[in-house]
Design a binder for this molecule. Structure first.
Ligand code: ME8
Length: 643
């Protein structure tokens, strides 16, 4: 059985400050590490910076700095960022470290001695942004698909790595290990790259042109090509060849990258390892790209997102949650602050925050702050809740292990949703009024606290702070020890009890207007009423008759993400089915509406509210804070006219 886990991020170029994309990868690595730690595995997490090459040298020159002081500066910015995003790496590696340099030279010599490095002439199209040559086929309209720039023609005498010698081996390896590169779309891409004969890889740069690199051990007139240098970080960080960490962790190596660097990781690196006589890594995990709204994130577009700006504004856990919930691993996703605020308000403040707050407030109010000890129950509602919790616990390892983070979160949120509905259905506030229902009240509150406890455990990899804060408020041990998923991840695994601290909201809601981001929800002020009716305040009969009022039956109702006021209903109106958005969430639970026959203003122009189309409006009586729907008394079919 697998007992260890080694995860790496790419080592980031120091030619730019850390941005959203870097933050995403490193946070995902951290989430994966924490999950494996909860599973009971020994884990090792490496990140770092890639500091040699043309690109970095150019950036240093632009700042009027030498490459090393410049690399020191930016590398430090990366190193300092990660703890602030709660990413706890074990080793931060820099390619300028003497230990790394030694390992690169050791491998070069080894591969050279084995006859897999030769001297030759190369002419090709080179993209400095990517620091690699492109084949004509890889270009789009003659341009680099990443940088959209025309590569330059370069001709040089250089050293080459006989990558072609390992092409067949690599092809077979990928075919025999279907999840060597995952998700599958990237495996297929890698296999497609292997369909044509592989060219040998140019692995040097003449020192006369580029001095900022690791000298080749067998020819000091040349430095090592940046990718051949950088990829080796994954083993130099472990102390290859003799380090204990290498022996312990390399057999469990998992790399995490975005699709932009699939070729170096999926093709160059495994063949390099093979040539050096080292076992290949276990998995290459490839995610998609974050775009900003609909554009590529780029310096030139001025839309580069800085992680700490968002963390300061919305809090770290909201940021981490958003990234993991919004992106389907492997596919591209679009970042927008509006979407982040919507998730924060609906998923975190509304669903999760409310659940904890409601549960704990009731424990405080009805049980003097002491949660009940474990209480079994045969009530179908309790059973349903417990079964749901158990189902979520059971599915969690495979979703997390399979990189389906969004799915793991969706399932946790299904449980949170069900639990919020459980409160509405069991009505503990009513039970509390009746001394004869005391035990029932305790059973219900036990179930609530237990679900909250399990949710706090499952959220630890994603939101460690929130998870600990939930545990603190619930009066249970904070998760985060190795093996906690087995130890704590069962219904009733720990005995509750002891007086709880005063509940505190987990996530304050953010007002999008105050946050200075675009208006959300499209809740525009109502159009001005016509001059005529304004003047007189009365309506003639003909005008009133133009209003088409109909009986409609509610088929289903559900909350709208990001709004605590609105419900989305599907209603039947005669033969027609419509969707209506109604501001009644604070007065009716969705399930209470199903089957009711209400009155619909049927000929209103459809409106878009919170991104949802509303085809009509419900009539309701409103008095102060109270609101009651106008409903039909007796048997009249839906679609009937109301006059
Ligand atoms: O490629 N969306 O470094 P790099 C998602 N030094 N992830 C993104 C992203 C985006 N828009 N932009 C960047 C290098 N990333 C080499 C790596 S490894 C031996 C050497 C993330 O600074 C993503 O992880 O250009 C991507 O693979 C990486 O940053 C590229 O970082």
């Amino acid at each position: 059985m697998k007992t260890r886990f080694y995860i790496s991020t790419p080592i980031y170029y120091v030619n730019a400050e850390p941005h959203l994309g870097h933050a995403y990868t490193t946070i995902v690595a951290d989430v994966m590490r924490r999950f494996h730690h909860l599973l009971g595995e020994e884990t090792y997490f490496v990140t770092g910076t890639d500091e040699h090459g043309d690109k970095v040298l150019k950036a240093a020159k632009e700042r009027g700095m030498g490459p090393k002081p410049y690399a020191d500066l930016i590398s430090q910015a990366f190193r300092d960022l990660w703890p602030r995003l709660d990413c706890s790496y074990d080793r931060f590696i820099r390619t300028t470290e003497p230990d790394h340099v030694r390992v690169v030279q050791y491998i070069l010599q080894k591969v050279y001695d084995a006859g897999d490095i030769y001297f030759g002439r190369y002419e090709g199209l080179y993209c400095t942004g990517c620091e690699r040559f492109y084949t004509e086929r890889e270009l789009e309209d003659g341009r680099c698909p990443q940088h959209e720039t025309e590569p330059e023609l370069r001709q040089e005498d250089n050293y080459f790595f006989r990558m072609s010698r390992y092409q067949q081996w690599l092809k077979d390896h990928i075919e025999e290990h279907p999840d060597f590169i995952r998700p599958e779309r990237y495996r297929n891409e890698a296999l497609a790259m292997l369909r044509d004969p592989l060219e040998d890889l140019c692995i040097s740069r003449p020192r006369s042109r580029l001095d900022w690199g690791i000298p080749l051990p067998f020819d000091s007139n040349y430095v090592t090509y940046v990718w051949f240098d950088a990829l080796i970080n994954y083993i130099s960080a472990l102390g290859y060849p003799d380090g204990e960490a290498f022996r312990r962790y390399w057999p469990y190596a998992e790399h995490l990258i975005a699709k932009d660097i699939l070729k170096p990781h999926g093709i160059y690196w495994p063949t390099m390892l093979k040539a050096a006589g080292i076992e290949p890594y276990r998995h290459l995990n490839v995610h998609g790209y974050w775009n900003v709204e609909t554009s590529k994130m780029s310096k030139s577009l001025g839309n580069v997102i800085r992680p700490l700006d968002l963390v300061e504004k919305y809090g770290l856990d909201a940021f981490r949650y958003f990234l993991l919930r919004e992106m389907v691993f492997g596919l591209d996703a679009s970042f927008s602050e509006v979407a982040l605020v919507q998730r924060l308000n609906s998923d975190l403040a509304n669903d999760l925050g409310n659940l904890l707050q409601r549960s704990l407030t009731m424990v405080r109010r009805y049980l003097k702050g002491v949660p009940p000890r474990s209480l079994p129950s045969e009530d179908p509602e309790d059973q349903e809740l417990r079964e749901k919790a158990e189902e979520v616990l059971e599915g969690y390892p495979s979703a997390m292990g399979g990189l389906l983070f969004h799915k793991a979160l969706m399932r946790i949120w299904d449980l949170i949703g069900l639990t919020n509905r459980y409160i509405d259905r069991t009505e503990p506030f009513r039970l509390a009024k009746d001394p004869a229902k005391r035990r029932r009240l305790e059973v219900v509150l036990y179930h609530l606290v237990e679900v909250n406890r399990l949710v706090s455990l499952l959220l630890w990899p994603f939101m460690p702070r929130t998870s600990s804060e939930m545990a603190r408020q619930l009066g249970v041990e904070a998760p985060g020890n190795r093996g906690d998923l087995m130890r704590l991840g069962r219904w009733g695994a720990v005995e509750l009890g002891g007086e709880l601290p005063t509940p505190k909201p987990l996530f304050p809601r953010v007002d999008p207007v105050q946050a200075g981001i675009a208006e959300i929800g499209g809740q525009k002020p109502p159009p001005p009423t016509s001059k005529e009716s304004e003047d007189k305040g009365e309506l003639d009969m003909a005008a009133f008759q133009r209003v088409d009022l109909r009986v409609a039956e509610v088929l289903s109702a559900q909350p709208i993400k990001g709004s605590d006021r609105l419900l989305k209903l599907r209603v039947q109106m005669g033969a027609e089915e419509r969707q209506v958005v109604a501001g009644i969430a604070q007065h009716y639970a969705p399930e209470d509406l199903v089957g009711r026959r209400v009155v619909l203003v049927a000929n209103l122009k459809p409106a878009k509210i919170f991104g949802q189309v509303s085809q009509g409006m419900l009539l309701a009586a409103v008095h102060g804070e109270d609101l009651r729907l106008v409903t039909i008394d007796g048997e009249i079919p839906s679609g009937a006219k109301v006059r």
